[in-house]
Design a protein around this ligand. Structure first.
Ligand code: CDT
Length: 333
């Protein structure tokens, strides 16, 4: 684990400020290319862009017109609007991870991220697994979170792909709040996770959480990074977008769980870090040596059950073995 074995990759999070409803794809792609150039000047080889980077965060609105809905989705990647980004990245020898709304040829709608290598080849498309919010029109909310109306959950779990000289995984926004997300990738040897997000700061179901939005953002990703010995690169679309204040604070997190870079504005901004990928082993070969220490036989509820279900047969210890556990019979006299 000495530094002479370092495998280093300089990565960037390309944070976007707000994208208005009327902003064209071309104008957003121009902004992405500016971020790409900044990251390139700072030596980055991979830039992670936000979730649904090409449009405003449209799930805040109920829309029934199929044509209006379709206008928010990409039917090809790259398409005419995104090709300039793919071309410029390949020209610079840079890879990227880009979030977008995907409409497949057979009519499925996903919240997706594509990972593109430095030579311009697509490595993988990841489709968001945990779809938050609600599926029905709730116009009394100050703004809606209709991801469950617009998107199907991704059917293909959390993959890890060899790319950029590393083992690279992907997650999208709400996925980052769930420990299973990281562990499924951790079990495939992930070394770097790319994550885009759009997180409204106001949470209508429980506004007491609003003030904690930044804390929770870091809490979950720092824990996930540390518990699985992986780097995490997380890029926000932040700022006040169509009246909704949205968390920025893009960050890069080390396998130690430490934040090594963080955005300080809520606008277009690049943060970078040079990641020693060998550093992952300090955790995955020690305290989180899964092969040595995990107890999958003790975790069967994780995959056999979705909601909370107290086991009816579960008894308190005192009901099992009453005589052995009375305090009066333990170590007294
Ligand atoms: N985009 C996204 O997944 N946002 C969610 C908001 C949760 S509130 C419905 C997030 O987890 O940040």
């Amino acid at each position: 684990m000495s530094s002479e074995h370092a495998r280093q990759l300089t990565v960037a999070a390309g944070q976007l400020g707000p994208v208005a409803r009327d902003d064209s794809r071309a104008s957003v792609v121009e902004r992405l290319i500016v971020l790409l150039h900044t990251a390139h000047r700072r030596g980055a080889e991979l830039v992670v862009f936000p979730e649904l980077a090409l449009t405003t965060f449209f799930p805040r609105w109920w829309e029934e017109d199929p044509a209006a809905i379709e206008a928010w989705f990409e039917t090809e990647m790259p398409g005419p609007a995104t090709k300039p980004l793919f071309d410029e990245a390949a020209h610079l020898g840079m890879g990227f991870c880009l979030g977008y709304a995907e409409l497949t040829p057979d009519g499925h709608r996903y919240n997706s991220q594509v990972l593109v290598e430095r030579d311009g080849t697509a490595v993988a498309i990841f489709r968001k697994v945990h779809i938050p919010g609600h599926g029905g029109n709730e116009p009394w909310r100050p703004f809606q979170h209709l991801e469950r109306y617009y998107f199907e959950p991704g059917p293909s779990s959390f993959g890890v792909w060899p790319a950029f000289g590393a083992q690279v995984g992907m997650m999208i926004c709400n996925d980052r709040r769930w420990p299973e997300t990281y562990r499924v990738m951790g079990l495939q040897g992930v070394e770097l996770i790319c994550c885009g997000y759009n997180t409204p700061i106001h949470y209508p179901p429980d506004p007491s959480q609003d003030i904690l939005a930044g804390f929770h953002n870091q809490l979950v990703m720092q824990a996930g990074a540390y518990q699985n010995g992986t780097w995490v690169v997380a890029a926000a679309k932040g700022g006040v977008e169509e009246g909704v204040d949205t968390l920025a604070q893009s960050c890069i997190i080390a396998p130690s769980g430490q934040v090594v870079a963080q955005a300080f504005t809520a606008g277009d901004e690049v943060i970078t870090a040079t990641c020693d990928l060998e550093w992952c082993k300090r955790y995955t070969k020690t305290i989180f040596d899964f092969d040595q220490y995990r107890r999958p036989d003790q975790y069967t509820r994780i995959t056999s059950q979705r909601g909370v279900s107290p086991h009816p047969g579960e008894q308190r210890l005192s009901e099992h073995r009453p005589s052995e556990h009375r305090p009066s019979e333990h170590g007294r006299g």
